[in-house]
Write a protein that binds this ligand. Sequence first.
Ligand code: ADP
Ligand code: MG
Length: 226
Amino acid sequence: MIDFKNVTKEYGKDTAAVKNVSLHISAGEFVTIVGQSGTGKTTLAKLMIAEERPTRGSIVIGGWDITHIRHYEIPVLRRQMGVIYQDFKLLQKKKVFENVAFASEVSGTPSKKIHKIVPQVLKIVGLEKQVDKFPRQLSGGEQQRVAIARSLVHRPKIILADEPTGNLDSINAQDIINLLLKINKFGTTVVLVTHNHDIVNSLRKRVITMDHGMIISDQKHGKYIL
Ligand SMILES: Nc1ncnc2c1ncn2[C@@H]1O[C@H](COP(=O)(O)OP(=O)(O)O)[C@@H](O)[C@H]1O
Ligand SMILES: [Mg+2]
């Protein structure tokens, strides 16, 4: 599902954020990526969604070589991937329904279809009763669940979550992880970037550890080793 071959990303001369990374993630896997701040985790995530281009090496996502992806093809790629961020990135002036529906509206999905799918994804994240609230009326955990609902609208093959629990307390954090596990059980590949030792250690899923832009360990049922 995700294939990196000798991928290097340099932002400027002598600043390689990702160094010669080769990585294979199969369909349906739940993978966590850990490592200290500045070790290249977010850059790796950005390369997966073509928000950054590799300086060297090649990247294949779902059989599609995106190494030299064209600008107009990026939205097609993004529809196959749901992305979740630490700061939720919700539209503050729009209600929950609109936040979830927005991307579909922009891409021209028929209104009837939107009105069918939005309640479905809100139900998956347990927010079907909050459709008319604004983000500021929700807790951090609820806001992140809205972001997850939004990421599910296009039924992505991959969910990429970069520090999704970074702004949440431990109970809300665990809720979000449980939700990602549930989504993974439906068959969606999940890539979770996190700092949270407790979460990583309790998951017992594959753990990829990064340091200085390189993968220094890749364990099948891993623990946080740093
Ligand atoms: N847009 C950018 N321009 C220049 N340097 C960057 C940029 N983004 C990240 N970096 C640098 O690349 C390295 C890896 O950053 P990042 O991928 O954000 O790491 P992490 O997510 O593990 O904290 C850091 O040294 C960071 O300063
Ligand atoms: Mg980061």
